[in-house]
Design a protein around this ligand. Structure first.
Ligand SMILES: *Cc1c(COP(=O)(O)O)cnc(C)c1O
Length: 470
């Protein structure tokens, strides 16, 4: 592709993107395809000769597009949102055109310095105190892995990476069962081992860890000769928005000298609104916090922010050079690849900078407040229907519900059938979870383009399909 063609096709792609966004509302949210449909439509062997772009683009529209789930659809109520505000898409065009590797300060000084600045903007926006540094990771999974590795190294006096874990004290990490599966994986990958992830019982409306049980587990493990290393708390768990009492957990962490990592990957975006910060009261005592601007806030994937109290510990854990002997961030040089597991890094700060400037915090707050209000209203409407029950009350914009089956024994199957039928209908998209072992249907609203009318339609669709009127 020569430069003229590059210009022409880039324009075509930009036009396509705008048309795509403007017609999403008329599309089914989830495609109606069978496994293997797309795979079979793609040639089995790679082309030996160049093909014309017209043909490639036509195939994209014909073969690929019909198999896409539309995450930017205003009636995407499944999982958590993966918002890509148009302005962040524009920034990504620029980033992809420059295609810089931003692993060291010198491999793109602007990328590094804008990252430091936008992380501090977000720190202020979330109401976190000065003293937190941060880094933009690719995903919350990576951020949590980096935190767990830091816990491990701190607890082993920085000898784990060098000597391996054989012959070391048996490390222990504590969390509830409401945390994301990325925590399990971080424990596996770090070599600490699933058997050493101690699940603390939960209670209360937000399924918070019982802090007395947490402390008792730590004390018992120490007495048994094991070595407690850290605690992972969650604010806004993926199933029902499970939220720990961060203040209480932080007090335990402090008393026992343990590292505290807070996973607020989804809910963190809401903390730009001061009234929701009660959900993570005490978070300023954490050693690290992860939240994903690529979920609710509108920064195109990938953009996961990790705030860190002592970056020197993270760098000491992950840097290839003994950079920890330097003062990080004070001499103006930060090499962010030393703050993360992968070496190569995309320029992720640009889209966040564009987003925050083009929208302003006040507009983003208004969007989030609307989502929370609409979700609460829908939960209240469903609660008034005699054949529906609310399984978990709204945590921010997430709640779960169940349609009552004729026989209790069939409730799980009935609700799984219902969620499938709703999704096959295409007007809305929902996902299911299990709450205390039983199937529940999750609902969250978080799309940039969602309106109150879209949530009203969700109610209509749920009623129609559940009552077989469709
Ligand atoms: C989405 C989510 C994650 C995983 O985020 P990735 O960025 O996809 O790794 C982890 N924890 C919570 C609470 C989440 O909602």
């Amino acid at each position: 592709m020569n430069n003229d063609e590059f210009r022409q096709w880039s324009r075509r792609a930009a036009d396509w993107g705008a048309d795509y966004r403007s017609t999403l509302r008329e599309q089914p949210v989830r495609p109606l395809v069978e496994p293997g449909d797309i795979f079979r439509s793609i040639g089995a062997s790679p082309p030996e000769d160049a093909e014309p772009m017209d043909q490639i683009f036509a195939d994209f529209e014909e073969k690929i597009l019909p198999g896409m789930t539309h995450w930017q659809h205003p009636r995407f109520f499944a999982y958590f949102p993966a918002n890509a505000a148009p302005v962040s898409v524009v920034a990504e065009y620029l980033v992809s055109a420059m295609a810089a590797q931003c692993m060291l300060w010198q491999t793109s000084p602007a990328a590094t310095e804008l990252e430091t600045r936008t992380v501090d903007w977000m720190r202020q926006a979330l109401g976190l105190p000065e003293g937190f540094s941060g880094v933009i990771q690719d995903s919350a999974s990576s951020a949590t892995l980096a935190a767990v590795l830091t816990m491990r190294e701190r607890a082993l006096d920085w000898q784990g990476s060098k000597q391996g874990l054989a012959g070391q004290a048996r490390l222990r990490i504590y969390s509830s069962d409401q945390v994301h599966t990325s925590i399990d994986r971080a424990i596996w990958i770090s070599g600490i081992g699933e058997d050493n992830l101690v699940r603390i019982p939960v209670g209360g409306r937000f399924r918070a860890m019982d802090t007395a049980a947490l402390e008792a587990a730590i004390v018992a493990d120490r007495e048994a000769g094991m070595q407690p290393a850290g605690i992972i708390a969650c604010v806004g768990g993926t199933s029902t928005g499970g939220t720990d009492d961060i203040l209480g957990v932080a007090a335990v962490a402090q008393r026992h000298g343990l590292y505290l990592h807070v996973d607020a990957a989804w809910a963190g975006s809401a903390m730009i609104c001061p009234e929701y910060r009660r959900f993570w009261a005490g978070v300023e005592r954490a050693d690290s916090i992860v939240f994903n601007p690529h979920k609710w806030l509108g920064a195109q994937f990938d953009c996961s922010m990790q705030f860190i109290r002592r970056p020197e510990d993270l760098v000491r854990t992950l840097a290839i050079k003994p950079e920890f002997l330097k003062t990080h961030g004070r001499d103006g040089i930060i090499n962010y690849s030393e703050w993360s597991v992968p070496l190569g890094r995309r320029f992720r700060a640009l889209k966040l900078w564009f987003l925050l400037r083009a929208h302003g915090l006040e507009n983003l707050r208004a969007m989030i407040r609307n989502h929370v209000a609409w979700s609460e209203r829908l939960a209240a409407r469903l609660a008034r229907e005699p054949d529906f029950e609310i399984v978990s009350e709204p945590m921010l914009s997430l709640f779960s519900f169940r349609h009552k089956a004729i026989a209790d024994a069939e409730a799980d199957e009935h609700n799984l059938r219902l969620v499938n039928a709703i999704n096959d209908d295409g007007r809305i998209y929902l996902t299911q979870t299990r709450v205390d072992g039983q199937v529940a249907i999750r609902f969250q609203v978080g799309q940039f383009e969602a309106t109150a009318a879209d949530i009203d339609m969700a109610f209509t669709v749920i009623m129609e399909i559940a009552r077989g009127v469709a």
